[in-house]
Design a binder for this molecule. Structure first.
Ligand SMILES: NC(=O)c1ncn([C@@H]2O[C@H](COP(=O)(O)O)[C@@H](O)[C@H]2O)c1NC=O
Length: 521
């Protein structure tokens, strides 16, 4: 590509643009700019021509028309390899514009303000900017388009070592980024405007929902080896989400690793106390809270030593050397996640090449939507962020739960929310004892949870139990009573609640209702 002779710079986010413009000027590039950007350059001694002077038309209509001029767009869009295009420019005395630097009115930031009016939002829909971005991107064979301030340094460096030119490969990459930028911008506009009815009322879910995710990596395969897969991340992933991971050790993450890591992380981060969660196939197979990560791990592991093999383990505290050693001596582990990892712990895990270690910053923020793909459609809901407090519990039995049982019921309830339905979780002393997950019948789930505790050599005598939804019949109560549970937490609301309460009273069990269920499919 030829040396860049003229650039048009028109940016709302002005970070880094002075240094970039200074560098361009040093390379002999003529700079055209819109009002605010031109003023910034002039105030800082960078030679600049205002677009209004260049076109002979003033910026008008409150900035709605600034760069929307043939002299600008012909200069961007003309193909330099077509003699007719070159002749047309010459006939109209239009110089080429070889570099376009644009970022758009801050629409997303504007609508994020709680008091944003429709008028404010509409005024922050950029028209001239995307038009230039798309024109320059279309003509990427001849024009470089820069939409991201983080690209200024590399583009300038390339020009400095390349006779003031930007390579074909870089222009191609910049073009893809530019079209993605305008696509995300238009998505935000469409998402916002389609939540507003013609009478001004707002709906929670837009009439058309547009998502923009950027590829993080291709994967070796998907859920199964015959499926191809890739991992995508939101353009601005919410704080505390698994997508913010930094991998500090181990081989490439797999599709199932990321899915299971999400399930593990979403549960462990809900605890205030030091916690450890072990997940296998998207279900927790061991969860515990304790004074240290080491003790939490030992308790969580003890729940189901068989299923923990090849599992994902997460902590909401720093991973220390002792804990790392205990895990790697003890079991085969696919992945360990923690908000931070000591160097000594990393040295331990490094000895096991296959162990992946991720650091994810903790935060209680949550996704705006939960989604599930179905054939030809998408189910969208708000995430299940409800955390029922003990003060909301309603005791429905003659027996009252003790203070200790209440603590365990809260713990069990929290875990059950992250177990696939029908979920049954036996707990005691901040440790899961048996988990029944993903069964089609609640009584079978209860039986399985009890069998698992028995297999692990964990007594259920005096345990508590959580059920993610109501017991439809008394059979589940009979099974858990026989296993030794002394307190139950469940939403209540069955047609046969009276029968279930009577069963609990018969067995001398305390039962609390939360009033909310936590199906997870
Ligand atoms: N109307 C136009 O012709 C037009 N041309 C460029 N802009 C935008 O104006 C902004 C820069 O304005 P200023 O240089 O005045 O701060 C950029 O975000 C750019 O995308 C325009 N504004 C909105 O459409």
């Amino acid at each position: 590509m030829a040396t860049i002779k003229q650039a048009l710079i028109s940016v709302s986010d002005k970070s880094g643009v002075l240094e970039f413009a200074r560098g361009l000027n040093d390379l002999g590039v003529k700079i055209l700019s819109t009002g605010g950007t031109a003023k910034l350059f002039a105030d800082n001694g960078i030679p600049v021509t205002e677009v209004a002077d260049y076109t002979g038309f003033p910026e008008m209509l409150d900035g709605r028309v600034k760069t929307l001029q043939p002299k600008v767009h012909a200069g961007i869009l003309a193909r330099r390899d077509l003699p007719e295009h070159v002749a047309t420019l010459a006939a109209h005395n239009i110089p080429t514009i070889d570099l376009v630097v644009v970022n758009l009115y801050p629409f997303a930031a504007t609508i994020a303000k709680p008091d944003c009016s429709l008028e404010d939002a509409v005024e922050n829909i950029d028209i001239g900017g995307p038009t230039m971005v798309r024109a320059a991107a279309k003509n990427h064979g001849h024009v470089a388009i820069v939409t991201d301030p983080s690209d200024y340094t590399s583009v300038l460096a390339e020009m400095q070592t390349n006779d003031g030119a930007v390579s074909d490969a870089t222009r191609f990459d910049l073009m893809k980024k530019a079209f993605s930028h305008t696509a995300a911008y238009d998505s935000a506009i469409s998402n916002y405007l389609t939540t507003i009815g013609s009478d001004g009322t707002k709906t929670e879910f837009p009439e058309q929902i547009n998502f923009n995710f950027a590829k993080v990596q291709d994967m070796r395969y998907g859920e199964n080896p015959h499926q191809n897969a890739a991992f995508y991340r939101e353009l601005n992933p919410v704080a505390g989400s698994i997508a913010n991971y930094t991998q500090v050790q181990g081989k490439e993450l797999s599709y199932n690793n990321i899915g299971d890591a999400d399930a593990t992380w979403e549960l462990v981060k809900t605890f205030d106390q030091c916690a450890c969660v072990i997940v296998k196939h998207a279900n927790p197979c061991g969860v515990a809270i304790a004074d240290t990560p080491l003790n939490a791990y030992k308790l969580a592991y003890a729940t189901d030593t068989t299923s923990a093999f090849g599992g994902i383990i997460a902590f909401n505290r720093e991973l220390d050397e002792q804990t790392a050693k205990q895990i790697t001596d003890n079991q085969f582990v696919e992945l360990i996640i923690a908000p931070s990892v000591t160097d000594a712990a990393l040295a331990i895990t490094a000895a096991k090449q296959n162990v992946r270690v991720l650091i994810v910053p903790l935060s209680n923020a949550h996704n705006q939507y939960d989604m599930k793909r179905v054939g030809g459609g998408l189910l969208v809901q708000t995430p299940d962020i409800l955390n029922v407090q003990a003060s909301q519990f309603k005791v429905v039995t003659k027996a009252q739960p003790s203070a200790e049982q209440l603590q365990d019921l809260l713990f069990a309830w929290r875990v059950a929310k992250y177990v696939k339905s029908n979920a049954i979780v036996f707990c005691r002393g901040g440790q899961t004892l048996g988990v029944g997950a993903g069964q089609m019948s609640r009584v079978d789930s209860t039986r399985i949870a009890a069998i698992k505790a028995q297999n692990a050599g964990l007594s259920l005598i005096g345990s508590v139990i959580a059920s993610d939804a109501f017991f439809p019949f008394r059979d589940g109560l009979d099974v858990l009573a026989e296993a030794g549970a002394k307190a139950v937490i469940q939403p209540g609301g069955s047609m046969r609640d009276a029968e279930v309460i009577a069963a609990a009273d018969e067995h001398g069990i305390a039962m609390v209702y939360t009033g909310y269920r936590h199906f997870r499919h």
